[in-house]
Design a protein around this ligand. Structure first.
Ligand SMILES: [Zn+2]
Length: 309
């Protein structure tokens, strides 16, 4: 089996390609999507149709304008020592320069994934997978975007054996490491109609939500499940404040409660603290409402008590 150095060496071509100053995030984004699939335990080979939409969205959000149009390039052009394309002989035996078009790649039987020995090495060494992912992120994207990209592709960049908090709910705690679900973000944002449920922030760039995130009420690292009742759609600022314990929710009426430790200056009551005591903007349907057990976990483990009156 490939060892860590050999595996990392195969991914180095990506870093070298980046060093000429051109910004083309296609290959790294496909690689990160594929790494997330391995981390989730998905099959090695993936039909193009299954990565088409995710790649389109990733490039729309993190790529230069118009880059989504060429989203299929890396599926074909990734280094064949690293990446294998299977399909009809007329397709796979083509010259590398003759890039198939979208409909050719969508036809039945076209599948691609990491080469078998790369796939095996990454599955056998989860810490190596995270190192590779981090190197790809470091090579291509500013640190401010790493967490966002990882969340969208569904990669868990935390150490492979995270400490689970003692009072994590046992029903979900079980210790098994679960990959962060990209679907979680989508589901939670949809539940709240792509707006921050605290302040209503709903900026879009084109048709992609900008600066909006899905927060876990009970942290993922503490066994919080990837389901809507454990999620809040929050703008980046409120996500950070929520994770810092500056505010939480009242389980009964879902009012926003700020901590007494959260102090603002003269503009406090007209600024950030104006949300204190306000009701949470509701999700589309009552079955998506925050679960009391998750709110309780958050109050005990994250919120900076005591609450403001
Ligand atoms: Zn907000």
């Amino acid at each position: 089996m490939l060892n860590a150095d050999q595996t990392i060496a195969l991914f180095e071509g990506l870093r070298r390609a980046q060093s000429n100053g051109r910004y083309a995030p296609h290959k790294p984004l496909l690689v990160l999507l594929a790494l997330a699939r391995i981390q989730r335990g998905d099959a090695r080979l993936v039909p193009f149709a299954d990565v088409d939409k995710p790649l389109q969205n990733l490039l729309a959000e993190f790529g230069p304008s118009g880059s989504a149009k060429s989203r299929h390039y890396p599926y074909w052009h990734l280094d064949r020592a690293l990446w294998q394309v299977n399909g009809p002989a007329t397709l796979v035996n083509r010259a590398l320069g003759a890039t198939p078009n979208l409909s050719e790649l969508r036809q039945d039987g076209v599948q691609a994934g990491f080469a078998p020995e790369v796939d095996a090495a990454l599955r056998a060494q989860p810490d190596l997978l995270v190192r590779v992912a981090q190197r790809v992120l470091d090579a291509y994207f500013p640190p401010t975007l790493h967490a966002d990209i990882a969340a969208v592709v569904g990669l868990d960049l935390s150490p492979p054996t995270p400490e689970v908090r003692e009072n994590a709910a046992p029903a979900y705690g079980a210790g098994a490491k679960r990959a962060r679900s990209a679907r979680f973000r989508e589901q939670v944002l949809l539940a709240y109609e792509h707006r921050c449920c605290v302040c209503g922030f709903d900026l879009r760039i084109g048709n992609v939500s900008a600066g909006l995130e899905a927060a876990h009420i009970q942290w993922h690292t503490a066994g919080g499940p990837d389901v809507e009742p454990n999620g809040l759609s929050l703008c980046a600022l409120h996500h950070k404040l929520f994770d810092l314990g500056a505010f939480t929710l009242e389980p009964g009426d879902l009012r926003i409660v700020f901590s007494r430790h959260a102090i603002a200056g003269s503009k406090g009551l007209s600024g950030e603290l104006k949300h204190h005591g306000q009701p949470l903007l509701r999700p589309q349907s009552p079955d998506l409402l925050p679960g009391p057990e998750f709110i309780e976990w958050n109050q005990h483990n994250v919120f900076k008590t005591p609450a403001r009156v």
